[in-house]
Design a protein around this ligand. Structure first.
Ligand SMILES: Cc1cc2nc3c(=O)[nH]c(=O)nc-3n(C[C@H](O)[C@H](O)[C@H](O)COP(=O)(O)O)c2cc1C
Length: 218
């Protein structure tokens, strides 16, 4: 059986170091991008992004994610208009200033209709374990939602690697039934977010607190 020479081991270590550094750089330079050029995103590229999402880890490997890809202008408009109406009544109920309500809704609608692609990640409990007690039911739900979030992160990083920009928008969490109805999704799919996607028309910078403020070692 061939054995590895110390030269081979050095090369292998260098390759590992390079690919780790490249991955950390990818994670570090990904930003939430909210404005896009009109350039379309090709179907093959979208499938590659979804493939990356689909390889995320998931609780019991049940893959509780579902994705709805929205590209038609009419569907984007319907989604943004209907979510805007739900949001408007929430904001009005909070007593927000009507001018401010209009401003915030206009920004949100422009973001949704201005993105070449919207991806709506959903969670489903169809294949998750079923428990009789609320504590384990809640844990199972949390695991499913965590799994969907990991799939989305794979997708966001893959999009960044492909030179695309993307942004997670949480709006569907506040109107899941409405989003399901507009997109004609199965009853068992619970919309979690909208990922807007396209080629970036802005450059963003962000900072992070140092990990010394976020990590304890024991
Ligand atoms: C769960 C979650 C919900 C978010 N919701 C929104 C949103 O509704 N609208 C928005 O513009 N950005 C949203 N974001 C993006 C964050 O604002 C963004 O990730 C954060 O400011 C850090 O910036 P960065 O992604 O460029 O590093 C959300 C991100 C996450 C993870």
């Amino acid at each position: 059986m061939p054995t590895m020479s110390s030269g081979d081991a050095r090369i292998q270590n260098a390759v590992v170091d390079d690919s780790l550094a490249a991955f950390v750089e990818l994670a570090r330079t990904r930003r939430s991008i909210r404005r896009y050029t009109p350039k379309p995103v090709g179907a093959a590229l979208l499938e590659t992004l979804l493939e990356a999402a689909n390889w995320a880890p998931s609780a019991h490997n049940r893959q509780p994610w579902r994705f709805c890809v929205v590209q038609s202008a009419a569907m984007k408009a319907a989604l943004s208009t209907q979510m805007a109406e739900a949001w408007r009544s929430d904001l009005a109920g909070d007593g927000a200033d009507p001018v401010e309500i209009d401003r915030r809704i206009a920004i949100s609608q422009a973001r949704l209709t201005g993105a070449p692609v919207l991806i709506v990640p959903c969670v489903t409990l169809e294949e998750m374990d079923v428990y009789p007690d609320p504590v384990r039911r809640q844990a199972e739900w949390t695991m499913a939602v965590q799994s969907v979030a990991l799939a989305c992160q794979n997708l966001l990083l893959a999009a960044h690697a492909a030179g695309l920009g993307a942004c997670w928008m949480c709006a569907p969490l506040f109107a899941p039934a409405l989003v399901r109805q507009v997109l004609d999704l199965p009853e068992t799919w619970q919309p979690q977010a909208i990922l807007t996607l396209g080629y970036p028309a802005e450059v963003k910078a962000r900072t992070r607190a140092p990990i010394t403020e976020r990590v304890v070692w024991r």
